[in-house]
Design a protein around this ligand. Sequence first.
Ligand SMILES: [Zn+2]
Length: 323
Amino acid sequence: MQRRQFLATAPLVGAAATLGGLAPSLARAASHSGGGSAQVPAYQRFAVGDMTVTCLGDGSLHIGPDSLIGIEADAYTELMRAQFRDPETYPTSVNAFAIQRGDETILVDAGTADAMGPGLGRLPRSLEAAGIDPASVTRLLATHLHPDHVAGALSGQDAMFPNAELVVSETDRAFWSDEGNFSGAPEMMQNFANLARSVLSAYSDRLVTFSGEEDIGSGITSMPLPGHTPGHSGYMLSSGDDSLLIWADIVHVPPVQFARPDVAIGFDVDPEQAVETRQRTMDMVATDRLQVAGSHIGFPGVVNVEAAEDGYRMIPAVYHYDV
Ligand SMILES: [Zn+2]
C-alpha cells in the first residue's frame, strides 16, 4: 500500500469532536485516567554506566481495540484479562527519559503538553520534582515527531527548552515537512504534521539531524526503527559494560503487543513495516538480553523481554532503592 493511500484511508482512532485539534477518541479516553487526582510526580533514576537515566512520567491514556489494526475487540479483551488488566481502562503510559552525563542533560522526548487530554501533560512537574530545569537541557532527542513526543517541546509557539538543540532523524524531519505527504489526509494527520512543523520551526536555529544509525555523541547511537513513522528512531545508550535501548514506540499497548507483535496501531504511517520492525526488535532484545525503555510501557517503562509461547513477555526492571 502506498503511504499516501494509507494516510487517506487509515482507521485512525474515531473521528468525532476534537480536543486541542488532535486525536478525538484518545482525548475522550484520556478522561478515564484523568478523572482522579494525580499521584506524586513520576520520576525514577538509575545508572547506565556513568550515565544517570531518569524516567519521567507524562501521564497516561487508554487505547482501545478500535485504535489497533489486526485484532478484534474480543481478542483484545481476552489478552487484557489474561494479564489481569481491565480492557475498558488499561492506561497506556507516556514516558520521557532524561540522560545526565558530565555537563550534559539530554532529554529523550518531551511529552504531550495539553495536546491530548487531561490525563497527560505532566512532564513539567515530573521534571521539576526530579530537579531538572528546562533551561539546563542541552539536547532534546526526539524519537519521532508525533504530538505525544514533541508537543511538550513547545511553550506557545516558542521552545520550551530555550538552550537545547533539537536532534531528530532527517527522515522524520523531511517526512513531516513535506506538505504533499498530507494532502487529502485525515484532519488528525494534518494536525500532527502542523504540530511537527511548529516544533521544527521553534528550534530551527539549533536543529541537528542524523541519518540511520549514527553516533550522536555522549555514548548514544541512533537506531532506525521505521514504520510507526518513516524516521522513528530508538537510542542506544552504552557506557562501560552497561547499555539501554530506548525503543520509543515499538509497543503502544503492552498487554496486547508483546503477545501479538503483529498487531499495529492506526497511527502507524506504514503498519506493515511497523510490525516487521517490532518483530525484529523484540527478537534482537530478547536474544541479546538487552534492557529496554519504552515510551508507552507502564511507568517507569524499563523492562527486559523474553520469547514466550505466544510472542514475547516483558519482565519489569528491578526497582533501584539507591542510585
Ligand atoms: Zn507515541
